[in-house]
Write a protein that binds this ligand. Sequence first.
Ligand code: SF4
Length: 183
Amino acid sequence: MLNRYEKFLEEFDRELQGYFSEQKKYIKCKKGCTDCCIEGEYPFSRLEAEYLMYGFLQLPKDIKDRIRKNIADLKIAKSNFQGERFLYKCPFLLDGQCALYERRGIVCRVFGLAYLRGDNTVKLPNCANLGLNYAEVFDKSGGAVYLNNPVKKDLRTDKILRSKTAEKYSLECGEIRPLIDWF
Ligand code: SF4
């Protein structure tokens, strides 16, 4: 299954490259920017979590130890959390870089793009609030989006992993949970 998923990712990444290129006038993504990994839920399917953890097992021991410590700290923070949505810095973000970039999730791969959801509303990346991607077509005070040409495909993880492309690779993605809940 993980081999098929890797083939699927090759095709999906090519598709995403096309979208990033079409949308480049709104995109401020650059190496070293980690805003999309600092505060989120990071929904991962079982398949993506397995793929990520297979890569984790191959990391050097000191890196694994740092990630394990991040996860343990987050589990404690989550168990003490009283609110509705537990938002956190991804435990795989080390020294300003993803320790498993090649194995990151679908949600990580589509970060930065604005796209149309099934209900025809535009999903903007959170970094529009920080003056980054799509900031020039987003009115923060009123929440309005002035964008004529978002990506015309719903890029949420569940939609992507149940798409025709995923079917072609016979993927079974399993349940989707916030990344921290896989540990
Ligand atoms: S898995 Fe990597 S790219 Fe995805 S949120 Fe975590 S650090 Fe960022």
